[in-house]
Design a protein around this ligand. Sequence first.
Ligand SMILES: Nc1ncnc2c1ncn2[C@@H]1O[C@H](COP(=O)(O)OP(=O)(O)OP(=O)(O)O)[C@@H](O)[C@H]1O
Ligand SMILES: Cc1ncc(CO)c(N)n1
Length: 266
Amino acid sequence: MTIARALTIAGSDSGGGAGIQADLKTFTVLNVYGMSALTAITAQNTLGVHGIYNLPMEAVEKQIDAVITDIGVDAVKTGMLSQASIIELVSAKVKQYRLSNLVVDPVMVAKGGARLLEQSAQDALITHLLPLAAVVTPNIPEAEVLTGMTIRNVKEMREAANRIREFGPQTVVVKGGHLSGEAVDVIYDGSTFRELQGARVDTRNTHGTGCTFSAAITAELAKGAKVTDAIAVAKQFITCAIEDSLELGGGHGPTNHWAYGKRRQI
Ligand SMILES: Nc1ncnc2c1ncn2[C@@H]1O[C@H](COP(=O)(O)OP(=O)(O)OP(=O)(O)O)[C@@H](O)[C@H]1O
Ligand SMILES: Cc1ncc(CO)c(N)n1
């Protein structure tokens, strides 16, 4: 049996709903062997981020080298990268190991407003990492930062996807979670625009939706899926996870990483 392998390079969320924890849960439910290289540790729960502790560059580099040189990877995702120096390191590793199935979730700010990427690192993301990405998955505020646009509707999401693609990623997914109305995501691969429609679920338990969505894309790519199919599965995965989200903690609760797998068994 071949075992699909995925690596997440991201921050730890002690609350378990976002970051590395969301990624590994998603990989597991999608039958992919998950590995992690931590960039930072956050003290975090459903109420917010209470502390951020960046790991030394050497620690990030050694984790990536250790898993790739021994176990190997079929797909990689990045989440919270925190600083320009880590973005440069990760970009160098992607080139060194010729990692082609790279999903970049350009995490910048947590839902409660805490910065997970230093402002000075935004340029590094555009210059070094986006050109290497097979898929990049900005939410609306991230797409606004990357383009300098204001995004209020699907037409402007398309325009943003077009501009972000000029930075070099093969496929751009602008996620519509932050707009009102339907939860529509816009996909652009340089030739065709697609829209993935999803009913908006009325819940405050949306902590880690973006991490989970990009992890599901990564897992499907690791198994050999085509990019459009991987994104379609990820949309189903996150919709199930939000519909059955978990009432935990006193703030924005986590999504339900089991939900997609359970429904497929029924
Ligand atoms: N209330 C909702 N109902 C249904 N789908 C949603 C809802 N909120 C977000 N989504 C979907 O979840 C996915 C993630 O989008 P979102 O814009 O929330 O990401 P994000 O802001 O990066 O998340 P986070 O920063 O919490 O990790 C997208 O497919 C989006 O359409
Ligand atoms: C560690 C971490 N990564 C990403 C996000 C974005 O949801 C978060 N809240 N925490």
